[in-house]
Design a protein around this ligand. Sequence first.
Ligand code: MN
Length: 486
Amino acid sequence: MSDTSNLIAGRTGPWEIVLGLEVHAQVASNAKLFSGAAVGAGAPPNSQVSLVDAAMPGMLPVINRHCVEQAVRTGLGLNAQINLKSHFDRKNYFYPDLPQGYQISQFKHPVVGEGEIVVEHDDGSTFTVGIERLHLEQDAGKSLHDQDPGATYVDLNRAGTALMEIVSRPDMRSSAQAAAYVKKLRTILVYLGSCDGDMEKGNLRADVNVSVRRPGEGLGTRCEIKNVNSYRYIQAAIEYEARRQIEILEDGGKIDQETRLFDPGKGETRPMRSKEEAHDYRYFPDPDLLPLELDPAWVKRIRDSLPELPDAKKARLQSQYGLSAYDAGVLISEQDKADFYEAAVKGRDPKLTANWVTNDLAARLSAAGLAFSESPFGPEVIAELTGLIEENVISSKIAKDVFERMWAGEGGPRQIVETQGLQQVSDTGALEAIIDRLIAANPGQAEAVKTRPQAIGWFVGQVMKETGGKANPGAINQLLRAKLGG
Ligand code: MN
């Protein structure tokens, strides 16, 4: 943690940012944490609300086993301790979208304890972020301020939805690290199937704790920026907030511990409320719920059913296909992408296939706003295209053209090559005739090759031009060298 590369230069000397994140991830589940009401965006307001969610008197919460399983699965995926005994507490506060007057959460004894995540920077280097805990809690409803000029409405569809709050250690030192951490955490959750990771819908959002200090000093006073739901906003909020704190401290002021909101339009944070302490919530064990006791055999069954996770998949792609850490990292960043690759690479060159999947296809899909699972052509089609390159039927350059035609819906790779006559010309007789003509017409260039062998490139270019890029480069080079001695 004494890495000086992340220091920020202030007016009076260098500062270090200290960041810890609390990520709220909505549990992938058809029903809420303590009721059978449906979960899902898009339903008409207050259509997914049971009597429990509406906090009618005398209603009793009943824990949803599936949500607990998802939390345990996530804990195992974060290499974290699973607490066989945990319990639920009431976190008391008043808000119109919280009819119970308290949120059922886990305070002293969360279901998941300490773990850690290894995070990659873009350059491939890694750092480790400690996980302090993961607990289950209810989400609140939503106040609607934009339905009526004189009134606020409340929609309780979201009330009682299961959240996993994943609390990190203050182990991050730059906005880039914080974004990379959330990215990695999201990838793991999506692999596990415990959260869909949809940040736009707010199904995964981060509270960012920001403080600054002089290098080597103890922790400074922190501010918490609530509910930031994109990587870009996380970075922008941290950058702004760190600067704000540094300015105050350099002017001799002190930081007030408070909760702030990030305004993406203005690119700044502003105060929301002064930060409450845990004791302000008057936590106490929820008397409606028994302690949560997990059967070790059940936990083991969940552990045995875990899918291959990103780190393991990355290591396997590197060793099985000889891919670089970078290529493997790009492929595993989305499960669909890695699956697509593994289906396309069968019997094909691993590096060539990785290039097509992570560059050409990925760029096209992303521009069209499509996921790999929504690709207009499957892995077998990419395999057909790379097969044509490997068999020297087409050059890599022509393959790009074929790919564009595939995307435009002109047909499959082989079909396009045949109907457009794009096969590489490897017929030495035809190439030789072109080369002889070129040498005869350009004696000066031919002479130059004798003293400057790289001048042969000019002839290669000319042959390519005459054949519309379809000449086999290997064959041209061989013929030219034989004739010009380059
Ligand atoms: Mn929370």
